[in-house]
Design a protein around this ligand. Sequence first.
Ligand SMILES: *[C@@H]1O[C@H](CO)[C@@H](O)[C@H](O)[C@H]1NC(C)=O
Ligand SMILES: *[C@@H]1O[C@H](CO)[C@@H](O)[C@H](O)[C@H]1NC(C)=O
Length: 479
Amino acid sequence: MAEQRQHIVMLPFMAQGHFIPFIALAGLIEQLKPHCAITIATTPLNVQHLRSSLPPTSSIHLAALPFSSSDHGLPPETENSASISQIDLLPRLMFASETLAPQFDLLLADLTDLHRLPPLFIISDMFTGWSIHIARARRIPHFSFTTSGGFGTSAFMSLWLHLPHRLTDADPFQVPGFSDRFCLRRSQMSHYMRVADGSDDWSVFLRRNIRISLGSDALICNTVEGIEPYGVDLLRNISGLPVLTVGSCRKTETTKLDSCLEWLESHRPASVLFVSFGSQNTIGASQMRALAEGLEASGVAFIWVVRPPYGFDMNSDFKSEWLPDGFEARMGEKKRGLVMRRWAPQVGILSHEATGGFLSHCGWNSVMESLSRGVPVIGWPVASEQFYNSMLMEQEMGVGVEMTRGVVGEIDGGKVERVVRMVMEGDTGREMRQRAARCRELIMAAQAEVDGEKKGSSVRAIDRVFEMAIAGSNDTSKN
Ligand SMILES: *[C@@H]1O[C@H](CO)[C@@H](O)[C@H](O)[C@H]1NC(C)=O
Ligand SMILES: *[C@@H]1O[C@H](CO)[C@@H](O)[C@H](O)[C@H]1NC(C)=O
């Protein structure tokens, strides 16, 4: 039996975009509280996957919660949203995640025995709100973690909880809690949200888990208040919970030998546009051609991570016929453009001084990676809360401009060329880059460990979580 040792448990939702910030937060806690043991609980295949993404020296423990996807009408070995090719199957994974509750309770019992002490607190994904019931029954303090930013989470929460677009035919329409400046258009919603009526699978799962999460002790948010004070304030108002921000700057994952980094070496500072829609999104076939035509016409150098267009299996091989004739060969000459298939070392590319802009789907991890490197964003949001992240960057932060949205949004080569040149060559782009550089400073400062006034906001937020938990675990009146 191990000696008595403070320990905490983290429970992420089973999606790549959620694992990244969970691992970053666990790493920050590990660094700041080296005496505290950290356990991340997830399903067996995700444990395997996470193990490969942790440094070999990491002390973070991974605990597997038994799970069989075929028991839930999912294909075998489907434990992560990344292995779901049809979005309509995602609710099955969502409902399946709720069945982990008894296993999670057993894990807490085992860890309590092992450490001869219950966990000091639980950090649970906002999508695994069901864990609150277990935490409360065991009198363990519970914190909800939203892996998106303040503004994006606020919009996502308010839209799902109130479904305001179902109460009006207006377009744009008002979102409860938001000022008129941020009225939304119907095109700024995923299809499943647009048609949601409260009884569909998406509504049932998300409303249930968001609502329960609002009963947590506090909301931990993956942002830095200085870069989006309005969004964080809004999140405090909309959630009614204390909001603690823990945003940090993800470390570079590449070695110097990467061929695309060598390619970047031959370009001037801030002259290359990086184009990527993330690991789980793509654009329409005709949009893809327009993008290629516009990039070519712009004369701007670029690295583009391509994936099969919408309607094709995203994990299949990319076919040259999806791009204009001879595009790759022409771009290869004089190192104008580099087309990469499937994956690129995104953080390494964004960190390189030659990179001056990021055409992105605006997933929050990509946004934080870009801004923490001082790189402005051309938004092309495709799903989920990406639409609100893009809106935030353009309307509130002044570090982005939206090109188009969705897989059917109108776009032609001329528009692509104009926007790309504006951001990469014009004064507007220069101003955006200056504001992005300011975001970079704020994000770096947030994780400063120095004591006193210089102690960063993310470091203070983690201190605060520990203080609240220690105070809360004495509070026997709470249940
Ligand atoms: C949050 O609520 C306070 C008090 O009602 C209000 O003054 C403030 O403007 C709100 N913030 C936002 C961003 O809506
Ligand atoms: C909680 O209990 C510990 C140990 O019993 C004690 O040292 C600490 O002061 C208490 N904290 C609060 C906020 O009551």
